[in-house]
Design a protein around this ligand. Structure first.
Ligand code: URA
Length: 310
């Protein structure tokens, strides 16, 4: 098998097409193949991958029309940990952060960290009319203790009128450094799974429950979630997605207002204020447990189906 991740993905997409999209083989990826897939040249641009079946389409065809894996929260301190102490298997793999320009169509990330600014109440945040205003306030947010330890606020990015909104947990080290969500290893897997369902990254809006990195990637604390929630709620209100993909326990539980485990929440479509919400495992957890990719893929495919049916 080739070592080029793009060839690998092309080959999986081709298999998917040949199988009439009834079966995706991501669950059969070995840990080594998954690692190869996720390892990318540091300076390489984000791959624009087109499965063979789509290469024959008219260029104007909707790219989202391309087609595309019971664990609970991990027992380790935080399943989305990307930069903590080395663990077994995929944790040892070196995967570089994608460099270069922001995804086309997205708001550029802040060039330098900002000092916390004045306190803005949840009510004021909720009354802001546009995402740029919410972002501006968030970038100087002093609403919780993470304002003292963060490098960058990671507000979120993507298509501001996206049909699909991706909600993760909190920035990790790479995101804290860059100011952009999901740019580390978990982000690479996220891109792959989204792409497999016909959701290229530039078409979706991606953000997190917490906009600032918890030190050592520890779990978000309840006071931090509640301090940060006004931003997320406002992002959802303004983006008006047709489907929300909640990756991981914190995203799913926060938006659904429940403490039910992600293992029990996933596998069906929920509702967040009338918007279909599909919960699934966090991609960082999948990096430790490649077999879980299958469930994530099924859940993302469910989101695809929700969108196609609406
Ligand atoms: N994990 C998350 O939940 N969000 C990120 O942006 C990166 C890693």
């Amino acid at each position: 098998m080739t070592d080029d991740p793009r060839d690998l993905l092309r080959s999986y997409l081709r298999q998917r097409a040949e199988l009439g999209e009834a079966e995706l083989v991501l669950d059969r990826l070995s840990a080594a193949e998954l690692q190869a897939l996720l390892a990318e040249q540091k300076t390489a641009p984000a791959p624009r991958l087109v499965p063979p079946s789509d290469a024959r389409r008219e260029p104007a065809a909707d790219p989202r029309r391309e087609s595309a894996p019971d664990p609970r929260r991990e027992s380790s301190p935080n399943p989305r940990r990307e930069s903590g102490p080395p663990a077994e298997g995929p944790e040892k793999v070196e995967v570089h952060v994608r460099g270069g320009a922001p995804v086309p169509g997205t708001v550029p990330h802040p060039p330098s960290p900002r000092a916390p600014a004045a306190y803005v109440s949840a009510e004021e945040i909720s009354s802001l009319p546009i995402l740029a205003d919410v972002r501006e306030i968030a970038l100087g947010c002093p609403r919780c203790g993470l304002a003292r330890t963060r490098t960058h606020v990671v507000f979120g990015e993507g298509r501001e009128n996206a049909d699909v909104m991706v909600v993760g947990e909190a920035p990790g080290q790479d995101e804290d450094r860059s100011g952009r969500p999901f740019v580390g290893r978990a982000g690479r897997l996220l891109d792959l799974v989204l792409m497999s369902a016909g959701f290229p990254r530039e078409d979706v809006y991606i953000c997190n429950v917490l906009k600032c990195r918890p030190p050592q990637n520890r779990n978000p604390q309840p006071d931090e979630v509640s301090a940060c929630s006004p931003y997320l709620l406002k992002q959802i209100e303004l983006v008006q997605p047709r489907v929300i993909l909640a990756f991981g326990t914190f995203a799913a539980q926060t938006l659904l207002g429940t403490d039910v485990s992600i293992g029990k929440l996933r596998g069906r479509t929920h509702q967040y204020q009338g918007v279909p919400l599909v919960p699934t495992y966090h991609p960082a957890a999948c990096l430790r447990h490649p077999a879980w990719v299958r469930s994530v893929w099924e859940d993302v495919q469910r989101a695809r189906d929700v969108l196609d049916a609406s």
